[in-house]
Design a protein around this ligand. Structure first.
Ligand code: HEM
Length: 480
């Protein structure tokens, strides 16, 4: 049902501003990624403090930009069903932009560089950056988190208003094929994602408020392992649900191209409820090497990682297959980028499951395998879905340009990721500003060579991104 027809053009404009901001940020952050890879290749010589400030901004900024874009796109798609509360979404946008500006100053000017984990007590224990940089960066993270929370609660509240809170999790499908309150899959997946997201954003906010307290009173001491758990509960869940929100959009948009409905049913409802049940514990796989962590949690980490990933992936892959198989769909830019994005998600997800297997994690932990897997489901997964969604929402028409961009980005992205994977297999450590300090000469030379090749592929990826940006917008002749 379309309840907001008249408000749609305004909401579309607002969404385009959110998505435009996220893509502009993305472009700058890819450039920073290139700088890091060139530094690791030995072609640039950034001082370590600058490298780690860049790495921190890149990691936090990318996660934030992607999350922000996923919320905006889903909000736009849902605004056909629910009251959109555009004013609240503007306030959220403002908080996010303020947070992003503060973070840029804290990192690039103040050289705040503890990495995206901002792992306690590192933000307070370094003599490299001044106290104001810690304070500004942490306050900026609180602003970002508040903006995200506002957007998530706005969407959840509005969905509850429209469908009734009791129906949002799709439990009515457990017992009936045609329940009295039907909900589309985008609603269920958004709700599952945002419940997990809102809970963990609150946990993140508490964490950063403790950081502010520590910044104001250095005598305060906290339990480092407990805070590490909270960081990962927050960070891991936010990046996880960014991907899920992208998938929610695919459930909603792909049928427009295949001409086949993608309805809710019991299997979809059960699979996504499984995600809600397990996703909050999946982050334990980040703490396998923390031997002070209770052993039960380590085993739970492996079980929950598998159980939160497998059902949703299987049901989505089958769903996409059923959508496209013999549908006669024209493989234009939007459905193709969705299809490739889901493929990238599955490949990155498999690499993540490999890493979350305890026996393999003992080998791959803190090697380049880790950035390899999460970059896969972002660069060749969520990002491709985002490009498709943006192309669709902006009603862009330059198909052949967009197709050329997609091909270039997929080739550039694959080459870039492959070098991370090969580095991981060789045992190249992650988060090294340069590789000359590695004891083994052979490993150091291999790591540098892989970084050089990767940098070349990143340039190709960037070219593709620029072509894509130039493909956005309607053609002038069709502007009316
Ligand atoms: C083509 C685009 C990208 C390039 C060239 C790039 C490059 C890099 C490089 C070189 C590193 C450091 C790896 C290491 O030695 O540990 C890194 C880390 C990271 N990147 Fe990217 N990246 C890209 C896209 C993304 C995207 C889309 C995300 C989305 C979440 C992302 C999130 C991160 C995070 C979270 C880290 C870890 C930072 C840390 O360890 O504190 N990157 N990236």
């Amino acid at each position: 049902m379309n309840v907001n027809e008249s408000a749609l053009p305004q909401i579309r404009k607002q969404t385009v501003i959110w998505l435009g901001t996220a893509l502009a940020l993305f472009l700058v952050l890819v450039l920073l990624g290139l700088v890091m890879r060139l530094n690791q290749a030995g072609a640039l010589h950034a001082t370590p403090d600058l490298f780690y400030a860049i790495m921190t901004l890149h990691g936090l900024g990318m996660s934030g930009a992607m999350f922000m874009s996923s919320i905006a796109a889903v909000w736009y798609l849902l605004s056909r069903y629910i009251k959109p509360y555009a004013g609240l979404m503007w306030s959220s946008y403002l908080l996010i932009v303020l947070g992003a500006v503060g973070l840029v100053i804290g990192t690039l000017v103040g050289r705040f560089g503890p990495g995206w984990y901002v792992l306690y007590p590192l933000p307070f224990a370094s003599s490299i950056w001044p106290a104001w940089a810690t304070g500004l960066s942490v306050i900026s993270l609180v602003l970002l988190g508040t903006g995200w929370l506002l957007a998530q609660l706005t969407l959840l509240g509005s969905l509850a208003q429209r469908y009734g809170a009791g129906n949002l999790l799709g439990w009515q499908y457990f017992t009936s094929r045609q329940p009295s309150v039907p909900i589309p899959p985008i609603v269920l997946i958004t709700v599952i994602s945002l419940i997990s997201g809102a809970l963990t954003t609150v946990a993140g906010a508490v964490l950063f408020l403790l950081y502010i307290a520590k910044w104001l009173n250095d005598a305060l001491q906290f339990d480092a392992l407990l805070l590490k758990n909270v960081v990962f509960l927050f960070g891991h869940t936010i990046v996880n649900i960014t991907m899920y929100l992208g998938i929610a959009a695919v459930y909603e948009l792909l049928p427009k191209f295949t001409g086949r409905p993608w309805s809710m049913n019991r299997v979809v409802a059960i699979s996504w409820n499984t995600v809600l049940l397990f996703v909050l514990g999946a982050y334990f796989h980040h703490l396998y090497m923390d031997f002070a962590q209770p052993v039960t949690l380590q085993y739970l980490g492996q079980i929950l990682s598998y159980s939160s990933a497998v059902p949703a992936t299987v049901v989505t892959v089958f769903g996409v297959g059923a959508q496209v198989y013999r549908s006669g769909m024209r493989w234009s830019f939007v459905p193709l980028s969705f299809f490739l994005g889901i493929t990238g998600w599955v490949i990155g997800g498999l690499a993540a499951v490999v890493d979350s297997t305890i026996a393999l994690n003992t080998v791959l932990h803190n090697t380049l395998w880790v950035p390899a897997h999460f970059h896969t489901y972002f660069v060749l997964g969520y990002l491709l879905i985002l490009l498709g969604m943006t192309f669709h929402i902006t009603e862009s028409q330059r198909e052949s340009r967009a197709m050329a961009a997609l091909t270039t980005m997929v080739v550039g992205g694959t080459g870039f990721l492959l070098m991370f994977y090969l580095g991981g297999v060789e045992g190249v450590p992650r988060r090294f500003a340069g590789y000359l300090g590695i004891d083994s000469h052979t490993l150091s030379a291999t790591a540098q060579l892989l970084a050089q090749i990767a940098a070349g592929f990143v340039v190709l990826f960037l070219l593709g991104l620029l072509v894509y940006l130039a493909a956005l917008g309607r053609k002038r002749t069709a502007a009316a």
